[in-house]
Design a protein around this ligand. Sequence first.
Ligand code: ZN
Length: 75
Amino acid sequence: MKYIVLFGVLLVVYLVWRHQRRTEGSGTPPAPAQPAALAQDMVRCPVCALHLPRAEAVAGGDGRFYCSPEHRVAP
Ligand SMILES: [Zn+2]
């Protein structure tokens, strides 16, 4: 019976020590990442007024961005 109590105490001490090491080792938490939708630049197609991320837009020669190649060549 004595050994069971001793084992329980050692187990609790080990778990607390491991938990403290984990929290100390992480250091300062990294800055929360912004959602991709907010971080991306949104552009508006001048033909159909559709808003889309700049990475998915088609760049026109006049510096504007379009939703598709069809709208880029549209008058
Ligand atoms: Zn469009």
